[in-house]
Design a binder for this molecule. Structure first.
Ligand SMILES: [Zn+2]
Length: 150
């Protein structure tokens, strides 16, 4: 409800978050040279992160080799991050490209969502409602603690 009522912020939410630094308010977890990792403010599941190029890009065809490499390296690390911090048993990763794809953020981003065996429940399926068992700040703190050791 908070999301519906507040409307969309001006500018790019990914660029604005990155400009605000690595902290629980911006939800940015890690800044690399070409790519960064941030929590999704409207997660599909606890721990849902987005891996974004540092440059404001819209389409993967605009990415340099270095940006692609660092983005995929961060994705590869997410599996271990989710397993170590949340005991996750898997990761869903994906891109929504183009206006018809359902994406809501212009800044190119790769979703990485931790999964657990049996994590889909009747509320999600029947009610179309998602319950999250942890606050975003709690998730940020848990993931950031592990990332500080990178
Ligand atoms: Zn941007």
């Amino acid at each position: 409800m908070q999301y519906v009522l507040r409307g969309r912020p001006p500018g790019c939410i990914a660029c604005e978050a990155l400009a605000g630094g690595v902290n629980a308010e911006t939800l940015v977890l890690h800044r690399g040279e070409h790519a960064f990792l941030m929590l999704n403010r409207y997660p599909y599941n606890v721990g849902h992160v987005m891996i974004c190029p540092v440059r404001h890009l819209v389409d993967p065809s605009e990415m340099t080799d270095a940006e692609m490499l660092e983005t995929m390296k961060l994705l590869a690390r997410c599996g271990d991050l989710f397993r170590r911090t949340m005991n996750a048993g898997g990761v869903n990763a994906g891109l929504n490209l183009g206006a018809a794809s359902g994406g809501s953020v212009d800044h190119l981003h790769l979703h990485a969502v931790p999964r657990w065996v049996g994590d889909t429940n009747f509320i999600s399926i029947i009610g179309g409602t998602k319950t999250l068992l942890e606050t975003l700040e709690g998730t940020w703190t848990r993931l950031r603690k592990e990332i500080e050791a990178w």
